[in-house]
Design a binder for this molecule. Structure first.
Ligand code: HSE
Length: 426
């Protein structure tokens, strides 16, 4: 039976999850045996749920990456630059296949790394970088090679989905629910990466580059997070028949690929509105397929380690393919920004001073820019004399809605910043 020797750099939640999985591999369906021969992390002595005593310790991940003792370098350190990038480049240049869960690294430098891997004729695999245990990378790259993909969209951050779902279900505040997501091991070491939308942005950028054979330009990804989405927004949207969720999408247009992440209001009957907790889901649409949806645990040590192990299993029979599905020189499309002419309905939430004429001023701001109201909900002002208002607009061009919001932001009847959320068509 063939044996593959692993060097694992990064021993956080996922690294420890992988060690546990290797230790009980008899129950898995691997084509051969996996052995850990070397490990590296920031701290050797940190308390961990697994013992690292049996494995050779390396202070420097880059030395582990080129060690003669390993067949595969497994990078679980994180970070787009610094030690993770140095070590992955070193491994590839030394002819060692790399398995990584590092979405920041792949989103920022994946295509350059893929070029090195292609040049060496070795694999660079990153299933665990996107949607944890949901096998979307391999499906896009291999199984859906015969589909002309038009849109990839979904829920790609478990922490944000857990936040918005749990806050609405339990009425608990944002900070408390975020702490729970950290305790459960969903959140990044720095959870601002989750709530700012950055984590989901890395993932959708990777999927879009693969789905559309596009040159990945992370600077073009529009990123808005759930930080600032309050219980108040979630409840008002709920009363109007919508769920607010952080949605990541990549869309192919005639001019290029639009890639973005933002909270969106989904009609409660929309399939993505039913995806709750830390689950991730990805819907891939294209011809002649129609649509396929993959849903599952997108965060946490177990699911992510299982995806890493799936990539390791593939390396028993490499059959190298370019990491993004198409060799770099065949990549033709570009990432672009969304057009201001784009048409959509919007959910607007504002708090107005509880005095006569306040609502009229809000309506004037919308009407001045041709934005028409489809639904309106006003609640009684609380002790703070601020009336919560939620509006669903008819379909309008983004530039009209932005102009109306700019006018609205100047009104003295506005108590605090109004919020604008695009509505996903039902
Ligand atoms: N922090 C990520 C999430 C998990 O919450 O989805 C790994 O990407």
């Amino acid at each position: 039976m063939k044996t593959l020797k692993l060097g694992i750099a990064g021993l956080g939640h996922v690294g420890c999850g992988l060690i546990e999985l290797v230790e009980r591999q008899a129950g898995l369906r691997l084509p051969g045996e996996v052995q850990i021969t070397g490990v590296s992390a920031r701290s050797r002595s940190r308390k961990r749920p697994v013992s690292i005593e049996p494995y050779k310790w390396f202070d420097d991940a880059a030395q582990l990456a080129v060690s003669d003792d390993i067949d595969i370098f497994v990078e679980l350190m994180g970070g787009s630059d610094g030690p993770a990038k140095v070590a992955v480049e070193a491994a590839l240049k030394a002819g060692k296949p790399v398995v990584t869960a590092n979405k920041a690294l792949i989103a920022e430098h994946g295509q350059a790394l893929a070029d090195i891997a292609e040049g060496q004729g070795i694999d660079l695999l990153f299933e665990a970088a996107v949607a944890g245990g949901v096998p979307v990378v391999r499906v896009l790259r291999d199984s859906l090679s015969g589909v002309e993909i038009e849109r990839v969209a979904g829920i790609l951050n478990g922490t944000c989905n857990f936040l918005t779902t749990t806050m609405l279900e339990t009425g608990r505040p944002y900070a408390e629910v975020l702490e729970e997501a950290q305790r459960l091991g969903f959140a990044e070491a720095d959870p601002t990466l989750d709530v700012s939308g950055m984590d989901a942005a890395y993932k959708i950028a990777i999927l879009s580059a693969m789905a559309f054979s596009a040159s990945l330009d992370f600077s073009k990804v529009a990123i808005h997070g759930v930080d600032g989405v309050g219980l108040f927004d979630l409840k008002l949207a709920d009363r109007l028949g919508y769920r607010i969720k952080l949605i990541a999408e990549g869309v192919l247009t005639e001019d290029g690929v639009i890639c973005r992440v933002a909270p969106m209001a989904l009609p409660v009957s929309h399939p993505l509105a039913q995806v709750n907790g830390s689950l991730n889901t990805v819907r891939i649409e294209g011809a002649p397929l129609g649509a396929v949806t993959l849903t599952g645990p997108g965060a946490g040590p177990g699911p992510t380690a299982s995806a890493v192990m799936g990539d390791i299993a593939k390396l028993f029979n490499p059959g190298v393919r370019s990491a993004f599905g198409r060799a770099a020189h065949h990549v033709t499309r570009k990432f672009i920004s969304a057009s201001e002419e784009e048409q959509s309905a919007y959910f607007i939430r504002a708090r107005l001073s509880d005095r006569s004429g306040a609502l009229a001023r809000l309506s004037e701001a919308l009407a001045a820019h041709g934005v028409s109201v489809d639904q309106l909900l006003q609640e009684s002002a609380g002790a703070d004399q601020a009336s919560p208002i939620a509006i669903v607009t008819h379909v309008s061009a983004r530039k009209q809605v932005d102009a109306a919001m700019a006018q609205l932001s100047q009104l003295d009847v506005l108590v605090d910043e109004a919020r604008l959320i695009r509505i996903e068509a039902g």
